[in-house]
Design a protein around this ligand. Structure first.
Ligand SMILES: Nc1nc2c(ncn2[C@@H]2O[C@H](COP(=O)(O)OP(=O)(O)O)[C@@H](O)[C@H]2O)c(=O)[nH]1
Ligand SMILES: [Mg+2]
Length: 354
């Protein structure tokens, strides 16, 4: 299964019910007035952001969605029932765009935020509405109107371009602090001040990568140990997973296996995502080529060919960090989340200045 972060679907509001043509009939009332009720309105298609779903995967198998039509009006001035709305659940962070016009309908950043994306059609008026002094017995009623129909592009914003996954004490926080923009500069990135576990890496070609420190992955995290599940949810929304391993550990390859097992139990697709391996605390060991190449080999086997790169570093002594950055940037030939967010911020700033 592929990680889906962009998908197109068709949505349609329900058709409005038609108005009724009917005349009052009762004993002793030979010629009653018109009493055709109105048709019900068609249901609307809505999107609801929720943490209960984390990908757009379900929209891959079903591409077209319609809300219920309104019922027709009835005699004795009874209105038809409105059609039920159709609410489609999407992950928090989904941007909903009209695929034909490019207009952003909603940016659902908060849990439980909701938007009507396709209105249902109006119900038609029954003939009772058309009676007047000239025509006291209108023989016509309105048909219901069709619901709005739209091609919708759903985009799930990633929370970060790359996520750091490692056992407690592997050096995630240290690395994040050493490779991301310094505190003064971080102030310019509004999103990083909202979340202390995010940092922006910059290179001298003005590229930027948003990196997340994802703490709390321990054995059993996928079964809810610690705060495991709440952290695992974040990993679903990064493009590249950086595994950070501690070279002073008894068996770094076993640590990697355990980390990947937790990811796999949570969501098998995570272990198929591009990976990147960092071996940290180089300063603590006696490095030799044979040990390094054997370890690299063992780690590549754990990754089943999905590791783009393996880099030895010392976060503390700032060794190997340039190589790490260069190789990480090479994983992102396309525009990154950091770059996208920054251009959005720039637009917002220029709009509010007007
Ligand atoms: N010797 C050495 N210690 C490190 C290195 N990186 C981190 N540490 C230490 O390892 C401990 C855990 O680091 P931290 O960044 O908090 O790990 P985290 O739990 O993965 O966020 C701290 O005492 C760090 O100073 C390194 O490259 N070399
Ligand atoms: Mg930490």
């Amino acid at each position: 299964m592929k990680f889906i972060d962009s998908i197109e679907i068709l949505i349609r509001g329900g058709h409005g019910g038609s108005g009724a043509v009917s005349f009052h009939r009762a004993k002793y009332v030979p010629k009653g007035g018109p009493d055709g009720g109105d048709g019900g309105h068609g249901g609307s298609v809505k999107f609801l952001a929720t943490n209960r779903v984390s990908t757009l995967g379900k929209f891959r198998s079903k591409k077209s969605y319609a809300a219920r039509p309104g019922e027709a009006g009835q005699k004795r001035n009874r209105s038809g029932a409105d059609g039920a709305d159709l609410t489609l659940q999407v992950p928090v962070g989904t941007v909903i765009t009209d695929a034909d016009t490019g207009e952003v309908i909603a940016d659902l950043n908060l849990p439980d935020s909701e938007v009507v994306a396709a209105q249902g059609g109006r119900g038609g008026q029954g003939n009772a509405r058309f009676a007047n002094s000239i025509n006291q017995a209108p023989e016509y009623a309105q048909p219901g109107l069709p619901g709005e129909e739209k091609r919708i592009q759903l985009n799930l914003k990633l929370i970060a371009d790359a996520g750091l996954v490692g056992l407690p004490n592997a050096g995630k926080s240290t690395l994040l602090s050493k490779v991301t923009a310094n505190q003064a500069k971080i102030g310019a990135y509004a999103f990083t001040t909202l979340n202390p576990n995010l940092g922006v890496l910059e290179n001298n070609e003005e590229r930027r990568i948003l990196m997340a420190d994802i703490p709390g992955i321990i054995e059993g995290a996928s079964k809810g140990a610690g705060l495991g599940l709440s952290f695992l949810r974040h990993i679903e929304r990064v493009r590249v997973i950086i595994y950070i391993l501690d070279l002073t550990s008894v068996d770094p390859a076993a640590d990697l296996r355990m980390l990947r097992m937790e990811l796999k139990h949570y969501n098998p697709e995570l272990t198929e995502r591009p990976g990147f391996i960092i071996l940290n605390k180089l300063d603590e060991i006696d490095y030799d080529e044979k040990f390094a190449s054997e370890l690299a080999q063992a780690l590549k086997e754990e990754m089943q060919g999905l590791a783009e790169d393996i880099v030895f570093i010392s976060a503390k002594e700032q060794a190997g960090l340039q190589e790490f950055k260069d190789k990480l940037f090479a994983c992102f030939p396309e525009i990154t989340q950091a770059e996208r967010m920054l251009s959005i911020n720039a637009n917002e700033i220029s709009e509010s200045a007007e």
